[in-house]
Design a protein around this ligand. Structure first.
Ligand code: APR
Ligand code: PHB
Length: 389
């Protein structure tokens, strides 16, 4: 087999890249380890920056998002005394869009089907060869047979546990990591959202987030110790904990119901540099992970794709490799700023086990400052709606 760009991984990064490249007449093959059903069953993030909304529109997959997504003009940050609204629209002139990653992925698969692009599911043992030569290729197993895909470039869109990052020799890459001493227990329930806007709550009982997917589908999270198991959290226990963390007026009026999904995810910040080795490029979670507190994971994948798709088009249609040479540096400049924001939001809103009393005072003072200072609110809003590409 032969293609122009071999894409490892059919998550949001790989699908969006494939979509934009095919629209520009460039041939791709996506190699995905799982089935489509499995990829679409993963409940992930739900907030799109305005730049991500623009990119999905540019990719020709914005129609359902425009109809069914919920534009948000602001969000709340709270503690036991204060409820601070961050008015994105007033402070930045921008909004964010609440539209689940599952929906984004569904729309991308449908658009890819309509274009007739090549997506191979259930492939295993993917090996990237010759990435530092001018003739890279990818080997993989499908239906019991070993196959070879020759290509001009390889896009590593295979997430944190993929093979692309570790294809880059250890001495050529450097990792930066911060692991947080807690996880998020997430619940999806067919209930109306507790609030019209997202609430990030830092309380004496720990962190909670009230989010949503639509007017009858809510997504909630509470901070839990890493040692906790989902089985230890009955629905009743979850709702009680959530209500203990949310502002009283919200807790008193919110609707609860049976959970339809419940999972625990650890929180980490991680970056592997550089994003390029020869003809191999890392995109999205393959190169970096953010804690979900700033809603940046999916949005960073989209901005990586923004830098890479243009670079690949220039290289493959005009033989101009300037942008390819700049990809890693350009993408990393934005990635590190989102890393900083996600780390700051995480630190500002969570209780750290064993912390001293000073830490809680710092969180309280940060929120009090946000309440009083439009400059502080604008800084947060500017990062939340997404820094420019
Ligand atoms: N071979 C082929 N496919 C692989 C391999 C492999 N060795 N390893 C992983 N994959 C596939 C996974 O099955 C998955 O479908 O790569 C895909 C990676 O998708 P994601 O993990 O979703 O990563 P990405 O596409 O970069 O999406 C960015 O944004 O909201 C955040 O973390 C969230 O998934 C989200 C991310
Ligand atoms: C979600 O709705 O799943 C969500 C929203 C905002 C975040 C994280 C997750 O910061």
């Amino acid at each position: 087999m032969k293609t122009q760009v071999a894409i490892i991984g059919g998550g949001p990064s790989g699908l969006l890249l494939s979509q934009l490249l095919n629209k520009a007449g460039i041939a791709t093959v996506i190699l995905e380890r799982s089935s489509r059903t499995h990829v679409l069953s993963r409940i992930r993030a739900g907030v799109l920056e305005s730049g991500s909304v623009g990119m999905l529109q540019e990719a020709g997959v914005g129609d359902r998002m425009q109809r069914e997504g919920i534009p948000h003009d602001g969000c709340y940050l709270t503690d036991d005394n204060l409820m601070v609204r961050i008015n994105f629209r007033e402070l930045t002139g921008k909004q964010v869009m609440v539209y689940g990653q599952t929906e984004v992925t569904t729309d991308l698969y449908n658009a890819q089907d309509a274009m007739g692009t090549s997506i191979l599911h259930d492939v295993s043992d993917v090996v990237i060869e010759g990435a530092d030569s001018s003739t890279p290729y990818v080997e993989f197993t499908r239906d019991g047979a070993r196959q070879r895909l020759d290509c001009a470039y390889v896009a590593g869109c295979d997430g944190f546990h993929g093979v692309s990052r570790t294809t880059i020799p250890a001495e050529k890459r450097r990792a930066f990591e911060r692991v947080y001493p807690f996880g998020w227990l997430g619940v999806l329930s067919k209930t109306p959202p507790a609030s019209h806007e997202l609430i990030y709550a830092n309380s004496k009982n720990g962190f909670a987030l009230a989010s949503m997917r639509n007017e009858n589908l809510s997504r909630y999270y509470v901070q839990v110790p890493l040692s906790d198991k989902v089985e230890e959290w009955s629905d009743d226990r979850f709702w009680a904990k959530l209500k203990d963390c949310l502002p009283a007026e919200v807790a008193q009026t919110m609707t609860t119901g049976p959970s339809i999904e419940k999972s625990i995810a650890p929180l980490r910040s991680f970056v592997s540099e550089p994003l390029r080795w020869g003809r191999l490029f890392l995109v999205g979670d393959a190169a970096h992970i953010v804690p979900p507190t700033g809603a940046k994971g999916l949005n960073l994948a989209v901005s990586d794709v923004f830098y890479l798709y243009q670079a690949l088009i220039a290289a493959l249609t005009k033989g101009d490799t300037t942008q390819i040479d700049a990809y890693s540096e350009r993408a990393l400049a934005r990635i590190w700023k989102a890393m900083r924001f996600s780390w700051q939001m995480t630190t500002m809103l969570h209780q750290f086990e064993g912390e001293d009393s000073f830490a809680a005072q710092m969180r309280k003072a940060t929120l009090a400052h946000l309440a009083d200072s439009e400059t502080a609110r604008r800084e947060l809003a500017e990062n939340y709606v997404g820094l420019p590409y």
